[in-house]
Design a protein around this ligand. Structure first.
Ligand code: 5GP
Ligand code: ZN
Length: 116
């Protein structure tokens, strides 16, 4: 598995940086975002280090996006939100701050949940 030594998400996958795991299998890892936009805000990442969607080949993208419903339902069960936003930032101009491909799953709790 290709890793990047300076990447904080690769360190999270390796367990060198602690994280609150939501889901894991051979290809992907999902964990709570350190800055909870809403309760249960989760990131899902490929275990293979890929900078962002521009560098993802079909098999990385396929396994990553294919896991979204499973992780979304795990979050739904744990946190009982009434909706969900799915977000993916690519490059700095689009708000990407960690350069290891990731999908944000942001549970929604109604108009007063403080997000959008
Ligand atoms: P981006 O802005 O690149 O789309 O999202 C990166 C996300 O990673 C941010 O929401 C940020 O809070 C989260 N993040 C950054 N460093 C860490 C960390 O060490 N642990 C966890 N769990 N999340 C992190
Ligand atoms: Zn990485």
């Amino acid at each position: 598995m290709k890793m990047s030594q300076d990447c904080i998400f690769c360190k999270i996958i390796d367990g060198d940086i602690p994280s609150a795991k939501v889901y894991e299998d051979k290809e992907v890892y999902a964990f709570l975002d350190i800055s909870q936009t809403t309760k249960g805000h989760t990131l899902i990442i490929p275990k293979q280090h890929v900078r962002n969607i521009y560098d993802a080949d079909a098999s990385v993208a396929e396994s990553l996006f294919a896991r979204v419903p499973k992780v979304a339902n795990a979050i739904k069960e744990a946190f009982q939100p009434v909706g969900l936003n799915i977000l993916n930032n690519n490059e700095e101009a689009a708000g990407q701050s960690v350069f290891h491909l990731h999908i944000h799953l942001i549970p929604r709790y109604g108009k007063e949940d403080g997000f959008g």
